[in-house]
Ligand binder design. Structure first.
Ligand SMILES: [Zn+2]
Length: 135
C-alpha cells in the first residue's frame, strides 16, 4: 500500500522527532501561500498561511533588545479568535517576545481544512481579517 502527500497514516511515527514542537512542525507548509504572507491586518496581527511560516517568521526576526536569536517556548491556541500566538525567548539575553498571527484568513483556513479533512471545524466564525498593503 502506498499513498501520496504529507499526511501520515499514524501519529506514532512522530515520536522519534527531536523537534521541540513536533505537533506544529509536522503539520508543515502550505503550497498555496500568496503575497499576503506576513502582511499585517488592520489590528496589527501578522498574516500566517500555515504553521511552518509562523516559525519561519520567528527565525528571521532578531531579538528587539540585543539582536540575538529567538526561540519558541510556547504556542497559545487562540483559534476561537482566529489567532495563533507564539511566545519566544531570546537565547542570548532572555528577553521574551510574543508574536500574534492571524489565522482567520481564507488561505490559512483552506489549508487547515485540507489538513484535517472531515475533522475540520471552523473555530472562528467571524469574517476573515483583511491584509493591509505594506506600501
Ligand atoms: Zn536578546
Amino acid at each position: 500500500m502506498s499513498f501520496f502527500g504529507k499526511k501520515k497514516s499514524s501519529k506514532q511515527d512522530e515520536k522519534s522527532s527531536s523537534s521541540p514542537i513536533p505537533s506544529d512542525e509536522a503539520l508543515g507548509h502550505n503550497p498555496d501561500r500568496n503575497e499576503h504572507l506576513f502582511w499585517y491586518t488592520e489590528e496589527g496581527y501578522i498574516i500566517a498561511q500555515d504553521n511552518t511560516c509562523q516559525h519561519e517568521y520567528v527565525q528571521m526576526t532578531p531579538c528587539p533588545s540585543c539582536g540575538g536569536k529567538l526561540r519558541v517556548i510556547a504556542h497559545l491556541n487562540r483559534a476561537g479568535q482566529g489567532l495563533s500566538e507564539l511566545v519566544t525567548v531570546c537565547q542570548n539575553c532572555r528577553y521574551t517576545v510574543n508574536f500574534i498571527f492571524d489565522i482567520s484568513n481564507d488561505v490559512y483556513q483552506q489549508w487547515w481544512a485540507n489538513q484535517l479533512g472531515t475533522l475540520y471545524i471552523r473555530q472562528y466564525d467571524g469574517p476573515p481579517r483583511e491584509p493591509i498593503s505594506p506600501d
